[in-house]
Design a protein around this ligand. Structure first.
Ligand code: ADP
Ligand code: ADP
Ligand code: ADP
Length: 213
């Protein structure tokens, strides 16, 4: 299966991804995670991306299209993939179609994590992440067994620098202006499934399973 997850920051894409990935043996490609790794490693890509990310603006289409173009060609992604956080603009969606056309494949489903903006601030400001695994916790909704520590490795959790109420505002603006049109783009192809992303994680998982069965 070739899936795209679209939704505003905090809508639950990163929480559902590992579950879907394991169930259907897909590769998980999250442009945000890849960009953060590049920023941390201070690669040329990371240096170019950092300023926009810190402000909650989108990184240029060319940079993210480049990473995805490389990633979808990997052998581990040939059986299928989950794109988490890509495409975020109509230009990115068009470029993705071109890439997949060359491989003779297409996107099967777009999962739209529909949710009201009002819920997102609490989700984002309570988010804690284990950087090396991508495991995500929440101080209120999904607390780790020991505060500030990853359940599996015992390593410290971090908060993302852009997970503040102020930067969330810009990220939401970018979502409504630049990413919502991507949902229309795929609606015209009749491959969008709308999820009730405000529900508890397990219920969202059930909705996803229903859509994919
Ligand atoms: P979220 O938790 O908001 O969904 P991500 O981890 O997907 O966040 O993205 C974090 C930041 O990385 C974005 O605010 C943006 O600056 C950048 N980014 C990630 N994916 C893309 C993309 N497809 N196009 C442009 N910028 C991106
Ligand atoms: P995204 O990847 O879309 O930005 P995340 O999956 O990282 O979002 O979720 C944002 C925060 O909200 C995390 O702290 C996560 O633990 C929590 N969360 C995710 N899904 C739900 C849900 N259905 N109900 C309540 N909290 C959730
Ligand atoms: P910086 O000091 O470079 O601005 P940040 O405060 O944004 O760094 O983040 C601290 C560290 O955690 C960085 O190395 C960053 O790449 C990493 N990081 C932040 N969020 C994530 C994430 N979701 N996944 C992986 N690494 C992350």
């Amino acid at each position: 299966k070739r899936l795209i997850l679209i939704g505003p920051p905090g809508s639950g894409k990163g929480t559902q991804s590992p579950i879907i990935k394991d169930e259907y043996c897909l590769c998980h490609l999250a442009t945000g995670d890849m960009l953060r790794a590049a920023v941390a490693a201070k690669t040329p890509l990371g240096i170019k991306a950092k300023e926009a990310m810190d402000k909650g603006e989108l990184v240029s289409d060319d940079l993210v299209v480049g990473i995805i173009d490389e990633a979808v060609k990997k052998p581990s992604c040939q059986k299928g993939f989950i794109l988490d956080g890509f495409p975020r603009t109509v230009v990115q969606a068009q470029k993705l179609d071109e890439m997949l056309d060359k491989q003779g494949v297409k996107v099967d489903k777009v999962l739209n994590f529909a949710i009201d903006d009002a819920i997102l601030e609490e989700r984002i400001t309570g988010r804690w992440i284990h950087p090396s695994s991508g495991r995500t916790y929440h101080t209120k909704f999904a607390p780790p067994k020991v505060s500030g520590v990853d359940d599996v490795t015992g390593e410290p959790l971090i908060q993302r620098k852009d997970d503040t109420a102020a930067v969330l505002k810009s990220r939401l603006e970018a979502f409504h202006k630049q990413t919502e049109p991507v949902i229309d783009y795929y609606s015209k192809k009749s491959i969008v499934a709308n999820l009730h992303a405000e529900k508890p994680p397990k219920e969202v998982t059930s909705e996803v399973e229903k859509v994919l069965s």
